[in-house]
Design a protein around this ligand. Sequence first.
Ligand code: NIG
Ligand code: FE
Length: 417
Amino acid sequence: MNAAQLLTLQAAGAKPGPRRGPALKELAIIKDGAVLCLGGKIVSVGTTKDALRDPWLKRNRRNVTEIDCAGKVVLPGFVDSHTHPVFASPRLVDFEKRIEGACYEEIAAAGGGIRSSLEGVRQTPKNVLAAKVVTALEEMASHGTTTVEAKSGYGLTLESELKSLEAIREAASRWPGTVIATLLGAHVVPKEFQGCSQKYVEIVCKEMIPRAAKRKLAQFVDVFCDKGAFTPKETKQIFAAAEKYGLSVRAHMGQLSETLLEPFLRFNPASFDHMDHVNEDDIPQLAKRDTVATLVPGANYFLGLKNYPDARRLIDAGVPVALATDYNPGTSPTISIPMAMSLACTHMKMSPAEAVAAATINGAWALRVADRKGSIEPGKDADLVVFDVEDYREIPYWFGANHCAMTVPNGVVASRE
Ligand code: NIG
Ligand code: FE
């Protein structure tokens, strides 16, 4: 209660679907706001004055934990809709090589890149991987994140991909927030299959996807569709297998080069991620659909790129845009959504309000959990964060500092000052 600003992100219009165009900056702010939560769900939202008049609260005030948010901002917990947390070690050699002038593709061709993370994951026991994922989830929560999409993708054998998904499941059970798991068996063609990628695609389609689906280890299947990774034809094959086994799809698209997106729309992807290179003709198609463009400026920053995704072009054309960290050891070793928001403001010209909506309600749409996450509305999960700032614009403004004072995932007070 007493929140200087309560960012509810309640939808203004009746139109369902991810926020797009001008609606992306509507935060539905209540001054001196209060939220009442019960059993992990939001019960009522309004001003502190309204809350104090509530007859139920009057009767039960003694049994309610009150959190005084005077002078602070309360908003929905961030939804980080793109992360790769299952890896064994940081890639410090890649980091140095890049500083010396090598680019992402050159590093990959010289034996670095995604392939250099595979041995580590293949050899690391599941419980050790799970512990690393828990550490990342806890750090994410301490920066305001309450829902995380977590991908496998650094094992790339049937066993190690299933082990990675099991590590995600184990970590999720030890964290009060919400984790959505994604199978990224198609991250890159491992070197045992170089020159015969089709054989590897068959393993993804006929072994990994069916096994992950049967054991309910993943909700989504992701593909890195780009030069040096998987072709559009292979991506369609993998999407078709996911569809057959009842899993939804998403893909890394347009990070290094442009791929035409229209042919994938029949699979109803939840999101296309990165989107540094987008064909003009795809933009009006995306504007008509709920497939979210998930932008991950942490990767552009960490790779030292001059160019960032053209967020303005996408938003102004009506494409729904989300922001995520892309937490991974190669291109974006950050767990911080506020950092991604800051980069979105400074390098992609998104307004602070757009950045907030992209990291909350549109992240929820990108994970197909918008019915319960991403905004502060009665009936939704009690995923709230408190920032020790008086104005929400300070969240992306004070870059590199953590002003998150408290995270409340599913009604559990996970971290506080
Ligand atoms: O999202 N592009 C593919 N996957 C990751 C990078 C993975 C890595 O370099 O380890 C990304 O940027
Ligand atoms: Fe990624």
